[in-house]
Every structure is written in structure tokens, then in C-alpha cells.
Design a protein around this ligand. Structure first.
Ligand code: ATR
Length: 271
């Protein structure tokens, strides 16, 4: 039987991970299968147990199970521990190893876009799980970060965990009035739903990076482009984090360019 891999999340039907990983498995002639597994909140441990019994060798984990995945693993990487979430599980012997490839995936996309983070100042919107991965990646790369968040206490708590990170004291209500002194702005909060609007000052060609993609990213990217920011979505980050997971499982860093083009085409047919 083929080796079993997959992505666990809820909802999961929109996931592009099967498209990405199945393509790489085929390209490298691996006898392996990758599928999307819908798991309701609270059922992660039971499902993982069943998958383990069925011989699963590797899993990607997405919302809302990234903390549960970390808790279920017997070995944790330093990155996964620091971020407090796992997006990748690797089977070694009789153990699950937890890893987080979101942070290296994010760093990879900055490098691919020729963006130097060291010594630069980033503004970051949001203070949830995704923001924590980005803060880890940016501080590792030597950048300083200021966090803007709807709930300032959550921004302050996140900032306190990382050196070189501060938080804005005021409530972020969808509007940033001045971006003076920032080299780039990263958005981890969704403005695609609930009618929320993002209002930005003039970008003057600086980077606006929304880590989501498709309908979730479109309104924020439009606001950014309209105000002169160089807008980038999170599709390359999705592919890069997948590539690091694939490397953990198979020891091969796969081709991200073709995978990204396939994902771009898939997202465009949806909208
Ligand atoms: P994720 O794992 O994607 O980061 P999360 O942990 O639920 O998801 O965090 C979402 C972040 O986006 C939070 O910082 C949230 O603000 P609060 O801390 O105040 O909840 C922020 N967010 C979500 N919707 C938002 C909106 N419409 N306007 C501003 N911020 C929003």
C-alpha cells in the first residue's frame, strides 16, 4: 500500500495542499498518497490515533488544530515550540515529531522577492496564531516589528515574547494613519469577511504583504494597491511552507515555481 500523507483541518475542502503535494509526489516518483481530512474541533486526537494505526507517515495541520497537533506530538522542534503551534507532523519510528514550517516558509518568500528583513522595520496587523509565526520569522531574520491589533492587550502579550517587537497602544480599527518609518506592512488579519475595511496611508512603493490569498486577501490587497503599496499575497508562502514539510518527509526540497503557478491557476478559477 502507498504511504499515507494528508492535511487535517476544518473546513478543509478549499485546501490547495493536496494539489501541491500530490504533484510533487508524482514528479519524484514516490509511492505515496496525500489527501484532505476534515476533522471537527475537538476530534483531533482520535483521528490522529486512527491515522497512526493506518500507517500515516506525515501530516500537515491547519486551523483549528495547530495547537492540538503540537500537544499530541512526543518531540517538538524549537521553532514549533517557540510559535506554540505545529503545521507539520513527521512520523519517525513510533513517534510523531512536530514542526512548524510557516515561519521558514514566510522567510523563504521574502528572500525570493529580494526583500531584506535584517535591520528593517515592519508593521504587522493582527496578533493571533499566524501573526506569531510571522513575528518569529522576522525577529529571527533580524528585523524589528510593531504590532497593530484590534485587541491591544493581545498585541502587547505577543510583543512581550519576542525581542525587538513593540505593540501599538491604540485599538486598531482597520485604519493605519501613518506608516512613517516602516519599510513594509504585513497583514495577518482577514478583511475579506464581516465587511471590515482596511484604510492605509500612502505606500510610496513599499511592500504590503497579506499572508492569505484568494477572496480572503482581495479586499486588503485592493486597498493597498489603491494607496500605492506594492501588494503581495500569501500564495507563495503556502507553497513554501508545503515545500519545507515535503523536505522533512522525503529529504527533497521540491520545485516551488510550477506548484505556485498551479495554485495561482486554481485560485483564479475559483474567483
Ligand atoms: P490566525 O491563526 O489566522 O492568526 P486568530 O488567531 O483567530 O487567527 O487571529 C486573528 C487575528 O486577526 C487577531 O489578532 C484578530 O484581532 P483580535 O485579537 O482583536 O481578535 C484579528 N482580526 C480578525 N478580524 C479582524 C478585523 N475584522 N479587523 C481587525 N482585526 C481583525
Amino acid at each position: 500500500m502507498s504511504q499515507q500523507y494528508g492535511v487535517i483541518g476544518h473546513p478543509i475542502e478549499q485546501s490547495l495542499s493536496p494539489l501541491i503535494h500530490s504533484g510533487w509526489m508524482k514528479e519524484h516518483g514516490l509511492d505515496a498518497q496525500y489527501r484532505a481530512i476534515d476533522v471537527a474541533p475537538g476530534s483531533f486526537d482520535t483521528v490522529l490515533e486512527n491515522l497512526t494505526q493506518d500507517g500515516a507517515r506525515g501530516l500537515n495541520i491547519t486551523a483549528p488544530h495547530k495547537q492540538a497537533a503540537l500537544a499530541a506530538a512526543t518531540h517538538l522542534s524549537e521553532t514549533a515550540k517557540r510559535i506554540g503551534a505545529a503545521n507539520t507532523l513527521i512520523r519517525r519510528g513510533d513517534d510523531w515529531y512536530a514542526e512548524n514550517t510557516d515561519a521558514p516558509g514566510f522567510q523563504h518568500t521574502l528572500a525570493a522577492a529580494n526583500i531584506v528583513a535584517a535591520g528593517r522595520r515592519f508593521a504587522l496587523i493582527g496578533a493571533g496564531g499566524a501573526a506569531r509565526g510571522v513575528v518569529h520569522a522576522l525577529t529571527q531574520a533580524g528585523a524589528s516589528v510593531q504590532i497593530f491589533n484590534r485587541t491591544p492587550s493581545k498585541a502587547a502579550a505577543l510583543a512581550a515574547d519576542f525581542p525587538g517587537v513593540t505593540s501599538a497602544a491604540e485599538v486598531f480599527d482597520g485604519q493605519i494613519t501613518t506608516a512613517d518609518g516602516f519599510d513594509a506592512l504585513i497583514n495577518t488579519a482577514s478583511f475579506g469577511f464581516e465587511g471590515a475595511r482596511l484604510v492605509l496611508p500612502a505606500g510610496e512603493g513599499r511592500l504590503f504583504y497579506d499572508i492569505s490569498y484568494g477572496a480572503a486577501a482581495d479586499p486588503a490587497l485592493k486597498s493597498a494597491r489603491d494607496t500605492g503599496w506594492k501588494a503581495m499575497d500569501g500564495l507563495a508562502m503556502l507553497v513554501a511552507q508545503a515545500a519545507y514539510s515535503f523536505e522533512h518527509w522525503f529529504g527533497i526540497f521540491p520545485d516551488t515555481t510550477t506548484a505556485l503557478a498551479k495554485c495561482r491557476a486554481a485560485v483564479e478559477t475559483r474567483t
